[in-house]
Design a protein around this ligand. Structure first.
Ligand code: HAM
Length: 441
């Protein structure tokens, strides 16, 4: 029977189940999305489709599993994601597959594998799906979570595309009615200017090496940019006086960043320069950004330019301009709920079919098909026998009309239409019931 979602109560199951019993719990950090939550997901899916459609992004779906090297090389060996957070599955043949922790590397793999550069460039792609990171679960941080994503690949590296990615991501979250958004933005330069900046960072952090956490002490020589991303308290404190990238940008990167900001100004989007924003993935160059809702500490989405990723994956001999972003769906839904934004429930049925007795029950399924063909939603409770129980359910569902099919009606090829508000009933021929209902709706 089609029912309105019922609020469910979480049953607390003791960690120590009886010997041999199965632990009835989803894996740590992973969640069921129950019928009562679906209205918010419906809204997210609808807005994602509408925004993608408006800005001309085409849907792409890639496998949940990818070869491990795609992330080791693409996202970077010294990132938290690759070092600590990947769910790895070894196949019987010995391949190492990974439950995708993000999608940009997989999308680039698909772009290169299928020669998508033959299509009109740049190619604009979007997706919505589950991702997996073995993190310590806490509010807004899960082991299975969902991202939407927008990627623009190919063409040239015009900052207009950076602005369009930021715009689409911002509008997506804004259309979900999340209030008080702000874009944090930075440029992390290119192959020409970043090495100088890295050296400056190294010089700075070397002075405080004994204050750094274990991970940062290890990473300082390999990738000092990672130190700016560390959440450890003593490392965070050191960040305040670290050199900033924008002071070391080459003229091409400075110009690119300036134009990018001018586009945002022109669009009237609220942004703040965030000098130490480097993002936790290694494939970025030039623009990086994150979107926050005021008062919420974790980012609702983030992204940036990744012109070197195609080369890093071995699919190109020169950079391939690309820029993209991914909003985190769980975090956005949490803010929507906190800010009182409703989800979208499926339209309620206005008709309830009541059947009494075996002959009526037999006719019921066929009759429902007639309504399906006419695109009229009808709910029922075919498992129930008594008239009063079925009427009670019809009342609860607040339908406009109930259709009553009893033994006598089946025998006479009729059906009763009952107006639930007035209680008026009328018997009509079964063959005309769809038209009669249409007339009354
Ligand atoms: P990311 O910053 O790692 O970027 O993730 C994007 C968003 O996903 C985050 O801002 C956050 O909202 C959400 N998110 C990340 N990890 C979790 C988690 N454990 N639990 C809940 N939500 C989470 C990327 O993944 C890049 N691929 C984005 C991108 C696309 N860059 C270019 N194109």
């Amino acid at each position: 029977m089609a029912k309105t979602p019922v609020k469910t109560k979480k049953v607390k199951i003791s960690e120590k189940t009886k010997k041999g019993a199965i632990l009835l719990q989803a894996p740590k950090g992973m969640h069921d999305i129950l019928p009562e939550d679906q209205p918010w997901w419906n809204r997210v899916r609808k807005v994602a489709d509408t925004i993608a459609d408006f800005y001309n992004f085409q849907r792409i779906d890639t496998p949940i599993l990818e070869n491990m090297e795609i992330f080791e090389r693409g996202v970077g060996n010294t990132t938290d994601i690759v070092e600590k957070e990947m769910f790895v599955a070894r196949t019987k043949g010995g391949d190492q597959l990974v439950l995708r922790p993000e999608n940009t590397a997989g999308i680039m793999r698909a772009y290169l594998e299928h020669g998508l550069s033959r299509l009109p460039q740049p190619l604009k792609l979007y997706y919505l799906g589950p991702f997996f990171r073995h993190e310590r679960p806490q509010a807004g941080r899960y082991r299975q979570f969902h991202q939407g994503g927008f990627e623009i690949i190919g063409g040239d590296d015009d900052p207009l595309y950076d602005a369009q990615i930021i715009l689409a991501t911002y509008r997506f979250i804004e259309e979900l009615k999340v209030k008080n958004l702000v874009i944090q933005i930075n440029s992390i330069g290119c192959r020409v200017c970043r090495p100088t900046y890295k050296r400056k960072l190294l010089e700075y952090y070397k002075k405080f090496e004994n204050k750094l956490c274990k991970d940062c002490r290890r990473r300082i020589e390999i990738n000092p940019l990672r130190l700016l991303d560390c959440k450890n308290e003593s490392c965070e404190a050191l960040k305040a006086d670290a050199p900033v990238m924008v002071n070391h940008l080459c003229s091409a990167c400075r110009n690119h960043f300036k134009l990018d900001l001018e586009y945002l100004d022109e669009l009237g989007l609220p942004y703040a320069l965030s000098h130490y924003l480097v993002r936790g993935l290694d494939y970025y160059n030039r623009t990086v950004f994150e979107i926050y809702a005021e008062g919420i500490p974790s980012a609702l989405g983030g992204g940036g330019r990744y012109d070197y990723l195609a080369e890093i994956l071995g699919g190109r001999k020169s950079p391939l301009p690309a820029v993209g972003s991914a909003p985190g769906i769980e975090r956005i839904i949490e803010v929507m709920k906190a800010q009182g934004v409703p989800g979208i429930s499926k339209p309620r049925a206005k008709i309830f079919l009541i059947q009494i007795g075996d002959p009526a029950k037999k006719k019921a399924l066929g009759l429902l098909e007639k309504f399906r063909e006419a695109d009229i939603k009808v709910i029922e409770s075919l498992g129930k026998e008594s008239l009063s129980t079925q009427l009670k359910i019809a009342n609860k569902e607040e339908v406009q009309l109930a259709l009553l099919l009893g033994q006598r009606e089946v025998f006479e090829d009729n059906i009763i239409i009952r107006d639930m508000k007035s209680g008026n009933q009328e018997t009509v021929p079964l063959s005309k019931v769809v038209d009669e209902v249409k007339r009354r709706l």
